[in-house]
Design a protein around this ligand. Structure first.
Ligand code: PNS
Length: 165
């Protein structure tokens, strides 16, 4: 019997990637054969970092983690999921405030593509408060973001965010 590769997509805006995202990516990597971190264009958001910058920052952060790839997509998430033959969408849940939106997305995605499952991973306790918006605010005021973003991309994020005020 041929074993089918289990592929998961970890979608998001990643504006920019944080240690909270890294925690979810690493844990997804232990559950699936291939993990595709997907930077999705979200028309409702006005990102600070360009799509290319976000992809580059993630690539530098996940370098060396086996089975993890990075891609970007401007379209419906389920269309990408179908294209690559993924069986799961993995999302991190921080607090109850995330739940309503994520639950709605999971139901919509299931409705659009019945073969996909959304898998929620509970964010580690130390990352409960962390978000890309918080990182952007702290860095734009010159605060220290060492604790919040991957070491490999810290300087690039600080340099970029120091220019936005
Ligand atoms: O990091 P975010 O901004 O919470 O990620 C949200 C994202 C990009 C995963 C979500 O907005 C998304 O899936 N967008 C693609 C469009 C889509 O498929 N929407 C669902 C049906 S309305």
């Amino acid at each position: 019997m041929e074993l089918k590769e289990r592929i998961a997509v970890v979608p998001g805006s990643f504006d920019p990637i944080t240690k909270g995202h890294m925690d979810i990516i690493r844990r997804a990597q232990t559950l699936f054969d291939r993990v595709i971190v997907l930077v999705v264009v979200n028309a409702q958001k006005n990102p600070c970092f360009s799509l290319e910058e976000r992809v580059e920052l993630i690539k530098a952060s996940v370098q060396g983690i086996p089975g993890v790839e990075v891609d970007s997509y401007d379209g419906l998430l389920v269309d990408y999921v179908k294209q690559v033959g993924a069986g799961a969408i993995v999302k991190g849940l921080r607090a109850v405030s995330d739940f309503e939106y994520e639950f709605q997305m999971a139901l919509i995605n299931k409705e659009l593509y019945h073969q996909v499952e959304t898998v929620f991973l509970t964010t580690s306790a130390e990352n409960q408060y962390l978000s890309s918006s918080v990182v952007k605010q702290i860095a734009s005021f010159g605060g220290d973001i060492h604790l919040f973003v991957p070491e490999q991309v810290h300087d690039r994020i600080v340099e970029r965010l120091s220019k936005i005020r």
